[in-house]
Design a protein. Structure first.
Lengths: 288, 268
């Protein structure tokens, strides 16, 4: 669509601009301010330049949780995106059954995150939870509270349970927006199921998938509540992701300077990866 | 087995996977703590509503639900009010810095709440908004407004420009056109956006917990107190968890048709 050039449009954007400036720019400046000072109390603050950044970038805690975070986020995307598309393709297309499926699938999305943690905390326990008891009954020694591997896998399973529905709902909506004529044309051409998926459905799903991939990347990269409730980051550090390392530092130890520097590094990483996604996709569009 | 049967089987299995953990929560919420801890039973042997009674008879419990619903509703209203005109501007006009502004908005969706924890606390304390519903509602705008602009812009770009032009020729002023003609045309978009705004605000805990202490404390934060000296009160915890699912169910019930109708989301 060709748009008209009109700078008065700024008036329409102004409320958003002011609101976000209040709730994002001011706090962000505070963080920047902390990150370059050593603060003893209200009246004693010294400018230390980039020292906190140097300290944080050398901190093994950051390296560990960053690596853990990347592996986790990519595992999340690799499972949830294909599974979400598959679920969307399997859903009934119209009528009461479609509505029912939608509602049932959306339930996990609308449960507060700590309740999600609680549900699995109970469900996974070997003594009172069905899942933990069933696995142990099958002879698998499963215990998320003491075995790091189990804890990690459980946090991943929770995420799949919790968020695949989002991808599925987005894809379902995208699929419904494809005109019936496309399918009829494919039928006339005797296109295979795969060809219909590859050349009609997938290209049409692109815009919703971009939102899905970006949202899932950002949110899995900021994951905090579920592992916090389930394991508190343990056993050891196996489920301590970036947000948790950060809150431990800022709130737990009150190391404001390093925590602020950490925050900025963290934010820049999310920004960089999201920007890469964003520009790659926009360029793919232009190439066509 | 035919294709459609395989599909039905697949979707049924997936839905089963989604529902079983939730069933387990419900199951536990109707049990006594003795039964929960003594043996594993697939359904309550001694059915009891005592866990729910604890919640409904104690204001410090049920006020949590009211607080959460209050700040979530405020957030949805604020988000829609500011995002609608902005999304219109992005979908219809080119203006100085539009692309940068759009990406800048999105970056706020990417900011980890953990980063903003402390500054938010200080900011809202200094303006006297600490422990109020509006503070949480405003804080949640940080991630909801960018998303709302993004989704709404897609829906608005699907409405042909000719509609706007015809309305202006017919003598509609901009506000009247926007409210009377344009908004009804993107009903589904508003429904979907409200759903997303509700969802992300309702489920968020980290900011909501940090910005409140007593007056506006969300239910999710109150739930942590079931952990007492005598261990965790699993029954009450399950009942409280089960109750948090209900508002979400109501919202998805209202928007199900908008989602089922399908949306393609223009931009990106």
């Amino acid at each position: 669509m060709n748009k008209t050039e009109n700078n008065k449009a700024w008036f329409l954007v102004l409320p958003v601009f002011l609101l976000v400036a209040f709730s994002a720019v001011i706090p962000l400046m505070t963080v920047v301010n902390y990150s370059v000072q050593d603060i003893f109390d209200q009246n004693n603050a010294y400018f230390v330049g980039a020292e906190w950044f140097r300290e944080v970038l050398r901190d093994p805690r950051l390296h560990d949780s960053l690596l853990r975070q990347f592996i986790y986020s990519f595992a999340v995307l690799a499972i949830e995106i294909p599974l979400g598309i598959a679920v969307a393709l399997m859903m009934p297309t119209k009528g009461k059954m479609a509505s029912l499926c939608l509602i049932l699938l959306a339930i996990p999305l609308l449960i507060p995150w700590n309740v999600v943690g609680t549900i699995w905390q109970i469900f996974g326990r070997a003594d009172i939870g069905l899942f933990g008891a069933a696995l142990n009954g099958l002879g698998i020694d499963y215990n998320y509270a003491s075995n790091p591997g189990d804890a990690w896998a459980t946090v991943l399973l929770i995420d799949v349970w919790h968020w695949t529905s989002l991808v599925a709902l987005l894809c379902f909506s995208g699929l419904r927006a494809i005109p019936e004529a496309f399918y009829q044309a494919a039928e006339i051409d005797r296109a295979s199921k795969w060809a219909v998926f590859r050349y009609i459905q997938l290209p049409r799903l692109k815009s919703v998938l971009v939102i899905g991939v970006l949202l899932r990347f950002m949110d899995s990269f900021m994951i905090y509540t579920e592992p916090f409730v389930l394991t508190g980051g343990g056993p050891g550090n196996s489920t301590t992701f970036l947000s948790q390392t950060l809150t431990k530092m800022a709130v737990g130890q009150f190391d404001l300077g390093p925590a602020a520097a950490f925050s900025l590094v963290y934010f820049l990483i999310v920004l960089l990866v999201s920007w890469l996604f964003f520009t790659t996709i926009t360029h793919m569009d232009k190439a066509k | 087995m035919t294709m459609s049967k395989r599909k039905t089987l697949g979707i049924s299995l997936y839905i089963l996977f989604v529902l079983v953990p939730i069933y387990w929560l419900l199951n536990m919420s109707f049990k006594t703590n003795e039964e929960i801890l003594s043996s594993l039973t697939l359904w309550p042997q001694h059915f009891t509503l005592a866990n729910y009674e604890v919640i409904f008879s104690d204001p410090s419990w049920y006020s949590g639900y009211i607080n959460s619903i209050l700040y979530v509703s405020m957030n949805v209203v604020i988000t829609l009010l500011v995002a609608l005109p902005a999304a219109y501007a992005f979908s219809r006009y080119r203006f100085v810095g539009d692309k940068h502004l759009f990406f800048w908005l999105l970056t706020n969706r990417m900011a980890p709440p953990a980063v903003f924890l402390l500054p938010f606390f200080q900011l809202y304390s200094s303006v006297g908004l600490f422990d109020t519903h509006i503070a949480v509602a405003l804080a949640h705008c940080l991630f909801n407004v960018p998303l709302a602009v993004w989704i709404l812009e897609g829906f608005m770009s699907g409405v042909p420009r000719e509609i706007d032009e015809t309305a202006y020729i017919d003598g509609y002023s901009f506000p009247r056109f926007f409210v009377r003609i344009f908004l009804p045309m993107i009903r589904s978009g508003i429904g979907v956006t409200a759903f997303f705004a509700f969802m992300f605000s309702w489920v968020e805990l980290l900011l909501a917990r940090t910005l409140t202490s007593v007056e506006a404390k969300p239910i999710a934060a109150i739930m942590t107190r079931t952990v007492g000296a005598a261990g965790i009160d699993w029954g009450v915890l399950s009942a409280a968890g089960a109750l948090t699912i209900i508002p979400g169910l109501l919202v998805i019930w209202f928007v199900r048709n908008h989602v089922a109708k399908g949306f393609a989301l223009g931009r990106v």
